[in-house]
Ligand binder design. Structure first.
Ligand code: IMP
Length: 437
């Protein structure tokens, strides 16, 4: 397998090739890519992106490294190569470093290396390696490059420039970052993609799925309960609309993970468990599912209109992450149920009931979504969000009880709602490790 490496530095290329042995390492000069980021990871990303554009569908790698000295507040840092000005002058850099540390007792320092990877799906990964040590009072040794004669790694008295290449490579920041990078490549290149059922269950957040059709049942019940007289129909349309809403929801989840493929690290696409191509296919199939269900019934034109607004809300939410839009998606599910339930026109009372339910749903889910900000780093918040999303089924059931008390013929919807509640309980109990968010 080929890995394109963004460098024109033969020394680095040898070190990278040694650690990534077994892969075909191909150098590609990221000429023109200006290293303007404030940290090593940012600069590594700038370089890797410059070459990834030329090698779509292939692995690309870039690194950025430098020296950070504690007493100098992390300097020279990202300016390591140009510490004493441009063009790079190693002797001047080392002299300036010694001058700035003159008379200082605290000489702790570390080299840091960030390695940025772009995988064949175009997803970015960043790993880091560090080597801790101190800055000597005078240079020693002739091997290596850059600040090597001044840097004495912890656990010894010799500077990097006094170590053999093999000794340095065993502990260097670059070696450590590259070993991590190798781990990422091996994990993602392993042929287990798409075969992992648990990854697909997490991809589609199956545990929360039973909360979706209940929106449609509640909306349908609101429309039927608000009618002047029991029309006798509507239950079949509601069932189809509920199935379609499940497909909309699955479409939205797939689209969300595709859009956030580079950022949401714990999810199956960024982690490489599901390839971006498979995720895109799944998203297309979900769209197909909506069309198939909508046409099979067939559902009325006004359901299609509500469904299209729902589609837009899903797509815009995934790209803006505005909590109100997430709430609106669930509110629109309610409206879709109402649109599928009634054949004739809507009276004011029907609109009032439907919009009241849709409004409550919108506000509730928007609030839960807002609260879920930062749940990844807060297990309590994550668990609470899972509980609050699950509680939606109780809200749905409550609405169905009220509407059934008003119109007893709606009892079948109430039974369906109770089935969904049981399904949710089973899903939560049988998949404790599946993310509830
Ligand atoms: P680069 O941008 O990763 O090529 O590294 C920037 C600068 O950091 C180099 O020009 C060196 O001054 C310094 N540097 C990075 N790694 C090392 C190392 O292993 N030994 C000495 N200096 C290094």
């Amino acid at each position: 397998m080929k890995i394109f490496v963004a460098t024109h530095n033969a020394h680095k290329l040898r070190e990278i090739a040694a650690i990534l042995s077994g892969y075909e390492i191909v150098a590609d000069d990221p000429a023109g890519a200006e290293e303007t980021a404030a940290d090593f990871a940012g600069n590594a990303l700038i370089k890797v992106r410059a070459i990834a554009a030329r090698h779509e569908g292939e692995w690309c790698l870039a690194d950025d490294s430098g020296l950070e000295v504690q007493a100098l507040g992390g300097a020279p840092g990202v300016r390591s190569a140009r510490y004493a000005g441009e063009p790079t002058d190693t002797a001047a850099n080392n002299a300036l470093l010694l001058k700035n540390l003159q008379g200082m007792d605290d000489r702790r320092a570390n080299f840091t290396c960030a390695v940025a990877l772009v995988d064949p799906n175009g997803i970015e990964h960043v790993v880091q390696g560090r080597c801790f040590g101190r800055i000597a009072c005078s240079p020693s040794g002739a091997a290596g490059f850059g600040y090597d004669p001044l840097f004495v790694p912890d656990g010894g008295e010799k500077s990097f420039a006094e170590l053999s290449a093999a000794e340095k490579n065993a502990i260097s920041h670059r070696a450590r970052a590259l070993v991590e990078a190798r781990g990422v490549i091996e994990r993602l290149a392993a042929p287990r993609r798409g075969k992992n059922v648990s990854a697909w269950l997490r991809f589609f957040r199956v545990v929360n799925l039973p909360t979706v059709p209940g929106d449609v049942l509640a909306g349908g019940a609101a429309a039927l309960a608000g009618a002047a007289a029991w029309s006798g129909g509507g239950l079949g349309g509601i069932a189809w609309a509920a199935a379609a809403s499940v497909f909309w929801y699955l479409f939205g989840l797939a689209d969300n993970d595709i859009v956030g493929a580079s950022t949401d690290r714990g999810r199956p696409v960024p982690s490489g468990e599901i390839s971006l191509r498979a995720a895109r296919l799944a998203r297309g199939l979900c769209w197909g599912g909506v069309l198939a269900v909508g046409a099979a019934c067939p559902l009325p034109p006004r359901w299609w209109m509500a469904g299209m607004v729902l589609f837009i809300a899903i797509v815009v939410y995934n790209r803006t992450k505005h909590p109100l839009l997430m709430g609106l998606c669930r509110g629109l599910n309610v409206v879709c149920g109402a649109m599928a339930a009634v054949e004739g026109g809507f009276c004011v009372r029907q609109w009032t009931y439907v919009l009241a339910v849709a409004g409550v749903w919108t506000v509730y889910i928007a609030a839960v979504t807002k609260y879920s900000d930062g749940e990844e780093s807060d297990p309590f918040r994550k668990a609470t969000v899972g509980m609050l999303v699950g509680a939606l089924v109780y809200l749905q059931l409550g609405a169905l009880v009220v509407f059934t008390l008003m119109v007893p013929q709606l009892r079948w919807l109430l039974v369906a709602g109770a089935v969904l509640l049981v399904a949710l309980r089973i899903a939560k109990l049988s998949m404790p490790k599946v993310s509830a968010s």
